[in-house]
Write a protein that binds this ligand. Structure first.
Ligand code: 0T9
Length: 377
């Protein structure tokens, strides 16, 4: 295919072969330069916040049913960014930079029309395997999202199958609500296709859930081209209570989706979400005023090399960073001073996850979590 530069065809073939025989952590593999992204995986949690108005709006739902519909709308609204943004900005899915332990991505979406500020704190809480923890908050609205993400990958011969490990928990609490509502959000599986042509893209598969302490459950199923819908990037969602469905939505998560039948406003077959709604980019400090662990500061030289085609400089600085990291870990082991997380605390058995999983028969029954450390005001 035309996507692989002539001088990298051999390297790309070798890379695919090594994926086939390699099990586990793809992020640590060396890939041909044409497929490298200058962006670290620690930045990815920002996709959850790129529709800050929809995030804040969740709190405006007048009851638990409206709030669940709004949580689903916000969730669907994030998918186009999460899974097609690299294709749009760089022509294909690309291999992100593998974050170092403790790497940070900090930023915010400013207030607009009184919706309040939305802040993001993301931290690489494990390097091997790679795990990113994140916390997104709109304090004014009373909406918080906290979660972590890791991936388990396998190769099918044609595509890379990615199982997302981890979950997200959304908290909603407004003055008019007696209790905080929790929404346990599980994550869909991915298939990375288009590998043989050197132009990878993501398709979503399987099922994911949004499970609320209110008793409401949303079930999402994802399909691609050639499946029953015939269209890529498709989904169906059903919001239900105790086995009966209240609202059904279907369509394309990177395009338009509609209610099937009754909609929240009382209409019929109304548009649910139009993914052409512009995403709002997060605001991040200038690299030069960032702290030493902040992602764009850490990777400044590498990212610049990748962007300008100076791959020698990029790989030299990447080797320097990796070397420094190895020495750091050695020193920590020798001194008995293990790395400390800056913004998160690891919990082995997340009680909130356990309760919600039990309520809905969710699997697994328990999971670990990373919780934002209490802040001193
Ligand atoms: C959480 C998201 C995740 C991270 C990425 C699989 C992947 C790393 C994880 C799951 C976000 O909320 C959503 C979107 C895209 C996912 C990435 C797509 C991808 O290809 C990478 C993997 C590790 C690779 O880089 C595979 C090798 C590469 C040659 C394919 C482009």
């Amino acid at each position: 295919g035309a996507a692989v530069p002539a001088d990298q065809k051999q390297g790309w073939g070798q890379f695919l072969k090594s994926i086939a025989t390699f099990s586990g952590d793809l992020s640590s593999m060396t890939a041909p330069s044409f497929i490298l992204s200058p962006v670290s995986l620690v930045e990815f949690p920002a996709y959850w916040g790129e529709h800050p108005s929809q995030f804040a709006e969740i709190a405006k739902g007048k009851d638990e049913v409206e709030r669940m519909v709004l949580v689903l709308k916000w969730f669907i609204g994030t998918l186009k960014g999460q899974f097609t943004a690299r294709n749009t900005s760089m022509g294909s899915e690309k291999k992100p930079l593998n974050p170092i332990l403790g790497e940070l991505f900090l930023g915010k979406w400013g207030d607009k029309d009184g919706r309040g500020d939305t802040t993001l704190v993301a931290e690489q809480v494990s390097h091997h395997p790679p795990i990113t923890a994140y916390h997104i908050e709109n304090a004014k609205a009373g909406v918080t999202l906290e979660g972590h993400c890791a991936q388990k990958t396998s190769f099918s011969g044609r595509a890379i199958n990615v199982k997302q490990v981890g979950h997200a928990m959304m908290r909603v609490k407004t003055a008019s609500m007696a209790n905080e509502e929790l929404y346990l959000i599980t994550l869909p599986n991915l298939v990375i296709e288009g590998l043989w042509y050197g132009s990878p893209y993501v398709e979503l598969t399987g099922t994911s859930y949004i499970q609320s302490t209110s008793g409401l459950l949303t079930t999402l199923t994802y399909t691609g081209k050639g499946y029953f819908s015939g269209k890529s990037h498709s989904f169906k969602a059903s919001i239900g209570a105790g086995g009966s469905s209240l609202y059904n939505i279907e369509g394309e998560w990177a395009g338009v989706s509609k209610y099937k039948g009754k909609s929240l406003s009382g209409g019929k077959d109304d548009v649910f979400w139009d993914a052409n709604t512009p995403r709002e980019e997060i605001h991040v400090d200038d690299v030069d005023s960032q702290g030493d662990m902040e992602s764009r500061k850490v990777w400044k030289t590498v990212a610049n090399g990748i962007r300008t085609g100076d791959y020698d400089t990029a790989s030299r600085d990447k080797a320097r960073i990796e070397n420094e990291q190895r020495n750091k870990r050695k020193d920590e082991a020798a001194n008995g001073t293990p790395h400390q997380l800056e913004h998160f605390v690891h919990v082995d058995d997340d009680q909130e996850y356990r309760q919600l999983a039990a309520k809905f028969g969710g699997k697994p029954a328990n999971e670990d979590a990373y919780r934002r450390k209490p802040r001193v005001h």
